[in-house]
Structures are given as structure tokens and as C-alpha cells.
Design a protein around this ligand. Structure first.
Ligand SMILES: C[S@@+](CC[C@H](N)C(=O)[O-])C[C@H]1O[C@@H](n2cnc3c(N)ncnc32)[C@H](O)[C@@H]1O
Length: 156
């Protein structure tokens, strides 16, 4: 199952980008034998600054056809890392070819796009900067792959 992290805004070179690249490379290596990955980041930019509705339209265009659509949203479901891993495995086992994980911009994800999504994951009730959410999501994907492969990375 291919994974697209669809995010609003361009991430400049810097520590966040390095971390994302590192976790997604590790995810690709670990996930290959599990039928998970590769994962890529698809950035959309609302150059006219037309607001959440315009961002939602750009995000919709970036979604692979037939993808499971999952938003990252503080109002979503708070999950443990093993539960997130099981959720990924469930979509894979259901034969889904693509998963799109959507991260909003400074104003969040337009309500219309939130209601269209199949699922929504929360990293807790606090609001995080979207650039950090990209890093956290990339790490959770790698962590999920290690959980499913029985590796020692995830310890509780
Ligand atoms: C700065 S936040 C926008 C917050 C905005 N006030 C809202 O209502 O969604 C940018 C994006 O980061 C992601 N995000 C921020 N905090 C999150 C959390 N606790 N859990 C999951 N995603 C989060 C969401 O995708 C959000 O659209």
C-alpha cells in the first residue's frame, strides 16, 4: 500500500526535512516486506492565499484515485502506536492500494474535506505546527512498520 502525505505549504531545507526523509527511508526499508510503502510527501501551495476552501480543492486534486483518505486532526481519534499500526495493516489487508494522509495548513483542514475523509487521527488535543506534524507522522509510520515486523524499535 503506497502512502502519500498530502500537506499544505512548502517545507524548506532544514532539520524537519532531514528527519522526515530519514524516517520515510527507514519506513520504506522496513515496510517493503510488509506490503507497506513507499511513502512520499505531496505538497500543495495556495499561492493566492484564498483560504481553506482553496487549499481543500488543491488537496483533493493531489489524492491518488481510490485512496483511503485519512486526515490528521486534533479532533480525530487518539490512538496508541500499535493501534495505528493495526489500522494500516487493516487497510493493506483489505486490498487498498493507496493511503492519503492529509495535514492541513495554518487554519486547518476545510470542514468539507474533513467530512469526506474515511478516518481521522489525532496526535492529542494540543494543536501542533503542521511542519512538526509531518515529522511526527513520518516517525509513526516507521514505528508502525517496526511494530508489524516485530522489530525492537518500539518499546513500552
Ligand atoms: C496549525 S494546525 C491547524 C490547526 C487549526 N486551528 C485547526 O482547527 O485544525 C495545522 C495542521 O496540523 C495538523 N495537526 C495539528 N495538531 C494536530 C494534532 N494534535 N493531531 C493531529 N494533527 C494535528 C492538522 O492536520 C492541522 O490541520
Amino acid at each position: 500500500m503506497r502512502i502519500s502525505i498530502c500537506a499544505v505549504g512548502r517545507l524548506r531545507a532544514g532539520p524537519e526535512k532531514l528527519l522526515i526523509d530519514d524516517y520515510l527511508t527507514r519506513f520504506e526499508r522496513t515496510g517493503r516486506a510488509l506490503g507497506l510503502g513507499p511513502a512520499r510527501v505531496v505538497e500543495v501551495e495556495d499561492k493566492k492565499n484564498a483560504g481553506m476552501g482553496a487549499e481543500a480543492d488543491l488537496l483533493r486534486k493531489a489524492l491518488p484515485k481510490g485512496a483511503v483518505v485519512c486526515t490528521l486532526d486534533e479532533r480525530g481519534k487518539v490512538m496508541s502506536s500499535p493501534d495505528f499500526a493495526d489500522r494500516l495493516a487493516g487497510w493493506r489487508d483489505a486490498g487498498r492500494q493507496d493511503l492519503a494522509l492529509i495535514i492541513g495548513g495554518a487554519d486547518g483542514i476545510d470542514p468539507s474535506l474533513r467530512t469526506e475523509a474515511d478516518f481521522s487521527v489525532s496526535f492529542g488535543a494540543m494543536v501542533w505546527p503542521h511542519m512538526l506534524v509531518r515529522v511526527m507522522l513520518a516517525e509513526q509510520l516507521y514505528r508502525a512498520a517496526t511494530i508489524l515486523s516485530g522489530g525492537p524499535y518500539h518499546r513500552v
